[in-house]
Ligand binder design. Structure first.
Ligand code: 5AD
Ligand code: SF4
Length: 532
């Protein structure tokens, strides 16, 4: 049990002082859904006895909660891991020097340098461990016991975790892409993170012990060589992981896995790598830890995953099929937030309009029913939501936006393309005429309401004529704001098999043209508003 293990594992070696909590830095990439997921992770980590930090300088663990929607988003994460890895290599070099200095000090009877992570291990356990790994302990017993009494934790190179959509996208292959990644957890498995960390910290402590034993046996070597050796071992280990590819990764039965580092002539290292990417659902309770990063606004997930399978989109593959949370659970979460003084509720789903709740009593409800129920909550003064799919949006929703006082008069309604044949190829389930009608209805029913959208340029097969249709849609609808994306082929998605035939420079040209148009439209919309 994690709770029981915490005493042993989630401590530095305190030598009789109060146990040190492990410090976690959470970095979030991507959308509001990820922001909320990071809050959820933070909440369950705090419940399990971890501590949150703002900087990697004093973090024992760095968790990157990632996005896989476009390749660019993934590149940012790999580059972040690269920078962390650089710091880590420096740490390891420094750590090895410290170990050697410590060993020398201990031989002199002083204890200046301290071991990271580690659980307090008795001399016997330590000897046993080194024995099992066939490493000779050269120091006398008195040195060992003196060290365990006085050691304090110090900052070490952090454990690095890849979490979220990219984690699911890469699975085990993430360890090949970067050997510095220690664990990989998909969006449906985030509840397991505290336990995974306990296991890894335990492994790290064993690793440190192995290094202690190794250092004991080679005090006289050059410190630079030691650092290089540690780095080389990592690279060797990376090469030793079989690259199964993403397809193989998906088909393989995925379980927690241990990877044994190769034995080097001068040292023995053992490191555990864990990946969890096959979960289907999240336990409801993870949404109720009470942790929020904003004191005024609460993001609340109403549905997970998506079953629309737009041909360009990786979401159904990384977040799974659409699942709805029950209305009563959502309301409980909203009430918990309101009881802490939060006044704005922000409802999240990949397609909120397809929301359907079946309650414990068997009563059914749709998204408008949910809006009305949240609206009735005391303490809630503002309600927003994202994202809506045109094919599931209708006048009932627009009337609810107009009629429910607390609901923000705003709608995010991605149209993606103005060309019918591209929309068909995208599997969006509507055509441009339908979208234009819907936008007109919205403007009529919600006078003065804001309208925003998402657009993809350069989708496979998009001709100049198709692009002009998109351009015209922006001119006609006059969105208040728009997010414009260059098409990026995504693994698993249907469109990855289409020829990505719009040249990069052409995608950039189209992107710039729409962006410039939208800037002009947004400016005049703002000026009109301000003139009123
Ligand atoms: N390439 C470019 N943009 C994409 N989006 C989703 N998948 C891709 C992709 N493969 C955009 C869509 C979506 C928004 C969240 O991201 O416009 O609405
Ligand atoms: Fe992706 Fe389409 Fe689902 Fe949005 S509706 S998450 S674009 S599959």
């Amino acid at each position: 049990m994690v709770e029981n293990e915490r005493k042993d594992d989630n401590t530095g070696d305190s030598g009789g002082k109060s146990p040190k909590k492990l410090r976690v830095l959470l970095r979030t990439f991507g959308c509001q859904m990820n922001i909320r997921d990071s809050e959820v992770i933070a909440g369950i980590l705090i419940q399990a006895g971890f501590e949150l930090r703002q900087s990697e300088d004093d973090a024992d663990v760095v968790i990157l909660n990632t996005c896989a929607v476009r390749e660019h988003a993934e590149e940012k994460v790999w580059s972040e891991i690269g920078s962390l890895a650089k710091r880590r290599t420096k740490h390891e070099a420094r750590g090895t020097q410290n170990e050697i200095r410590r060993t020398k000090n201990e031989a002199r009877g002083t204890n200046e340098v301290h071991s990271p992570w580690s659980t307090v291990h008795s001399k016997d356990a330590r000897d046993q461990f080194c024995e099992a790994k066939k490493v000779t302990v050269t120091k006398s017993d008195s040195h060992l016991s003196a060290r365990t009494e006085n050691r304090e934790p110090r900052t070490a190179s952090p454990i690095i975790g890849l979490v979220g959509c990219m984690a699911k996208n890469y699975g085990q292959a993430a360890f090949t892409r970067s050997p510095f990644v220690d664990f990989v957890v998909g969006p449906q498995d985030i509840a397991k993170i505290p336990e995974i960390l306990q296991k890894l910290v335990h492994s790290q402590s064993i690793l440190r012990q192995a290094q202690d034993c190794v250092v004991d046996g080679r005090q006289n070597r050059e410190t630079k060589d030691e650092a290089r050796s540690t780095r080389d071992e990592k690279e060797i280990e990376a090469r030793s992981i079989k690259h199964e590819g993403r397809e193989g990764d998906r088909n393989r039965k995925q379980e927690n896995t241990e990877i044994q580092r190769t034995k080097q002539p001068s040292s023995i290292l053992f490191e555990r790598k864990i990946w969890e990417t096959d979960g289907l659902t999240r336990p409801e309770e993870i949404y109720h830890s009470g942790f929020r990063s904003d004191t005024k606004k609460a993001y609340i997930v109403i549905s997970e995953g998506c079953s629309n399978y737009c041909s360009y989109c990786v979401v159904p593959y990384v977040r799974g099929q659409l699942r709805h949370r029950r209305q009563e659970d959502i309301l409980r979460e909203a009430q918990e937030a309101a009881s802490k003084g939060i006044t704005e509720i922000f409802l999240l789903g990949q397609n909120v309009n397809s929301y359907r709740s079946v309650s414990a009593t068997g009563a059914e409800g749709d998204f408008v029913d949910l809006l009305e129920a949240v609206h009735a909550l005391e303490g809630v003064s503002r309600i927003s939501f994202i994202s809506s799919h045109p094919k599931d949006s209708n006048t009932r929703l627009f009337k609810a936006i107009a009629g429910l006082e607390k609901v923000k008069k705003s709608l995010h309604l991605p149209f993606q393309s103005g060309s019918d044949h591209i929309l068909k190829s995208m599997n969006r389930g509507y055509n441009s005429k339908y979208y234009l009608e819907l936008a007109r209805e919205y403007r009529k029913i919600v006078p003065g309401g804001e309208l925003s959208t998402d657009i993809i340029v350069g989708f496979p097969g998009e001709s100049e004529e198709d692009f002009q249709a998109t351009y015209r849609m922006v001119e006609d609808v006059r969105f208040d704001s728009a997010f414009i994306f260059k098409y990026s082929p995504r693994p698993h998605s249907k469109a990855v098999d289409f020829s990505d035939d719009v040249e990069k420079h052409e995608k950039e040209r189209r992107h710039k043209l729409i962006l410039d148009l939208q800037k002009r439209v947004s400016l005049s919309a703002r000026q009109r508003r301000e003139a009123k």
